[in-house]
Design a protein around this ligand. Structure first.
Ligand code: ATP
Ligand code: MG
Length: 429
């Protein structure tokens, strides 16, 4: 059989890297996760650090979280930890709580379901497909990419690699475990994750993976909107939203991901500015991403330079945002804020000295609108004078608000309305 360079198939034995041959040290591991690993191990269970944390530590990056894999069942885990709660119907997990809001996730090793594992009623399948316990090896093979399937074994501090992930980490290659066509059909969200991890880690995607995405792209339209929405925001939290959506468009995935969405270069450039902003420490909010995604379409429908009224702009912003917001069930609040950014954009482009300027400058969203406009101006190489002028006007308007009354420039007093003479009270009866 021809060996496929872009997919991993089952090697007979795992590669085991002893402590002396790798760089992961216990003081890089979260102390509470270590406690969980040690306690499981002391009670005779296998206890591994799994998933993204092993990958990130080996790459010298800081892991987001430290997930634990074990051969103890969720109920056995619960018995060992007082602070343990079992969660999830489809994928039963143990959550071990530390302090008020820290949670260590402990998952029992699982394997992929075989057709004969499934109950007769297809409505019950979802309860089974991811809930069948398995061996560590099976657990590695059900994961998405080889570099996400490495284990760190607390019993001897070694790294266990069933799928060739260590080699791929070295060559900086994102490889799907198994046949990409099959794995993308099983779970189409993996196509988006492939683009995400390639961008986050700076890894290359093999030809078979690219081909798999091109062929299976339409399937992503069937994925649960809530999951897509979460994965999309995850891209922006990791500051790769612009790059990933640009690549998704190049590979034909984007129109299936976002119901017919076609981005232009300007849109992707703006999304990349948002990623740069996030890299600078600003939290990324969904309404900002939403407004950036639809700005181009909005401007085509409602040219800011034209004399359309604010009411026109509001109506058009609503029309442009409605299908996306409806499909992803975005809250009215998010939709409202995105609309404010789009309509405010039109207001800013028209320049200073228009009617209603004072009210606009006092509006709580105006600083955000100005930031949004500034990002667009940077992305499109636009002259920044307008941004600077608005910023000055905004600063002046704020200064006016904070100055004590005595320092405020005296405004001509309005003439007070003349009081009407009071009517005489009716005599008490
Ligand atoms: P990070 O948390 O840094 O984003 P991660 O690798 O931990 O990266 P998660 O989304 O937290 O990613 O998932 C944890 C692990 O679960 C992954 O490393 C992978 O092994 C597995 N996994 C997640 N999603 C899938 C999927 N759709 N198909 C197969 N395995 C998956
Ligand atoms: Mg994770």
């Amino acid at each position: 059989m021809k060996k496929d360079p872009d997919t991993a198939s089952a090697p007979s034995l795992p590669v085991i890297l002893p402590r002396s041959d790798h760089t992961i040290s216990r003081n890089q591991i979260d102390p509470d996760s270590l406690k969980v690993l040690y306690r499981l191990h002391r009670h005779g269970f296998k206890a591994y650090l799994v998933g993204g944390s092993v990958r990130d530590l080996l790459l010298g990056r800081t892991p987001k979280d430290f997930d634990v894999g074990t051969d103890a069942t969720p109920n056995q885990v619960k018995k060992l930890f007082r602070n343990c709660f079992l969660v999830g119907r489809r994928f039963r997990l143990a959550h071990i709580r530390f302090g008020r809001d820290k949670v260590i996730e402990v998952a029992t090793f699982r394997r992929m379901a075989r057709p004969d594992d499934l109950p007769e009623d297809p409505a019950d399948h979802f309860l089974f497909t991811e809930n069948i316990f398995g061996t560590p090896e099976q657990d590695a093979f059900r994961r998405d990419f080889t570099v996400n399937a490495l284990f760190y074994d607390i019993s001897d501090f070694s790294i266990i690699d069933y799928v060739g992930g260590l080699k791929d980490l070295k060559t900086r290659h994102l490889r799907v475990i198994g046949d990409p066509l099959v794995r993308f059909t099983e779970d189409p969200v993996r196509m988006l994750r492939a683009l995400e991890f390639a961008a986050r880690l700076g890894f290359s995607l093999g030809e078979r993976v690219r081909e798999g995405i091109s062929l299976r792209a339409p399937l992503i339209a069937e994925a649960a909107p809530a999951r897509i929405r979460e994965e999309l925001m995850e891209l922006f939290r990791h500051r790769v939203g612009g790059t990933v959506l640009r690549n998704a468009q190049a590979m034909g995935l984007l129109p299936h991901l976002l119901a017919g969405f076609e981005g232009d270069d300007g849109t992707f450039d703006l999304l990349e500015r948002i990623d740069v902003r996030t890299a600078g420490g600003a939290p990324v909010e969904e309404h900002l991403v939403l407004a950036a995604l639809f700005l181009s379409r909005f401007r085509r429908a409602c040219p800011p330079e034209s004399e359309s009224t604010v009411n026109d702009a509001l109506r058009i912003a609503n029309l442009v945002l409605a299908p996306h917001c409806g499909y992803f069930r975005l809250s009215h609040g998010t939709r409202h804020l995105a609309r404010e950014l789009l309509v405010g954009f039109v207001r800013l482009v028209r320049g200073l000295g228009r009617r209603g300027e004072r009210r606009f400058l006092k509006h709580p969203m105006t600083p955000q609108v100005l930031e949004f406009y500034g990002l667009w101006a940077e992305a499109s190489g636009e002259d920044m004078t307008l941004v600077e002028d608005w910023q000055k006007a905004l600063d002046r308007s704020r200064e006016g608000e904070t100055k004590p009354a005595a320092e405020q420039p005296s405004r001509p007093r309005r003439r007070s309305r003349r009081r009407r003479p009071r009517r005489p009270k009716p005599p008490a009866s």
